[in-house]
Design a protein around this ligand. Structure first.
Ligand code: PMM
Length: 279
């Protein structure tokens, strides 16, 4: 069942890729990726998300064999140490092998759209499933025709609802579903900020919500000075501010490259949301 706590959970990111948006190439092999996972766990991560395919705009896809080669040893090692692991994949076969290696959660940024087998396989495996809002693969997701919304929050909610209906029809247990509005995926800078402001409307769909904004360029676009965007490596404090916003609203989990500050944000918000014994 979906891990739960009395605060927002922190999902630490381990991208075993040469080309991810902000940490590509940092952990290119299994040993360095496992060590990074262990560092995030030592910082207090509740969950570890292991991915072998970069989803940065314009990225080319590895084949399934290469993706498996990247993620399976890392998942096996971290799950073997008792971590709750999610696999960040759009492929049903990778999901299947990742769950066999110890992953409990399938994090599918395509919401089942990239692989027609995904929903059926997740239902069969009985895994938890993160269903993200997605319109197209990275190569084309930021093209103008993918960026049209009449009302970004309403349209993302409607598109997510349509995918939820399909997921449930395929037999996925509703108690195992998490929704994610997909920050940075077929969205402009303004769309991303509007979605964050309206995150409670995504929560009103009735499922736990995961928010993944860590180091994303829409943050840097508003925090730069003199017309230059702030680079991803300098966005961890801004990401922690978003984690506080999410925790205050009772978001299920935040997906982040570092852990300690986000965990503290979640703990502070838990404290502030308590009934006040001093009042
Ligand atoms: N973003 C990225 C990759 N996987 N998964 C979920 N559920 N939500 C996200 O927002 C998300 C994701 C891309 O970011 P990265 O390259 O920094 O990992």
């Amino acid at each position: 069942m979906i891990p739960r706590a009395d605060r927002t959970l922190v999902m630490g990111i381990v991208n075993v890729t040469p080309d991810s948006f902000s940490d590509g190439g940092s952990w290119p092999d299994a040993d360095s990726a496992i060590a990074q996972g262990e560092r995030l766990l030592a910082e207090g991560a509740d969950l570890i998300d292991v991915g072998g395919e970069s989803t940065r705009p314009g990225a080319a896809r590895p084949d399934a064999e290469e993706e498996l080669r990247r993620v399976i040893p890392v998942i096996r090692a971290l799950a073997g140490r008792g971590a709750v692991v999610s696999v960040d994949t759009m492929r049903a076969e990778v999901a299947r092998q990742a769950v066999a290696a110890g992953a409990g959660i399938v994090n599918d940024v395509s919401g089942g759209l990239a692989d027609p087998q995904m929903f059926a396989v997740v239902a069969e495996l009985g895994a938890d499933y993160v269903l993200m809002h997605w319109r197209a693969h990275s190569a084309t997701m930021q093209q103008a025709d993918r960026l049209h919304y009449d009302d970004v929050v309403a349209d993302v909610c409607a598109e997510l609802s349509g995918r939820v209906d399909e997921a449930l029809a395929a037999g996925i247990d509703p108690a195992r579903l998490v929704l994610d509005p997909g920050f940075g995926f077929s969205k402009t800078v303004d769309h991303n900020w509007t979605l964050l402001r309206g995150i409670d409307r995504v929560q009103h769909l009735g499922y736990p919500v995961l928010v993944g904004v860590s180091r994303k360029s829409f943050l840097g676009a508003r925090l730069g000075t003199g017309g230059t965007a702030r680079p991803p490596a300098e966005l961890d404090d801004a990401t922690a501010a978003v984690s506080a916003w999410c925790a205050e609203r009772g978001v299920w989990a935040v997906r982040t490259h570092t852990v300690a500050a986000h965990l503290d944000a979640a703990r502070v918000m838990r404290e502030l949301r308590r009934a006040d014994p001093g009042a």
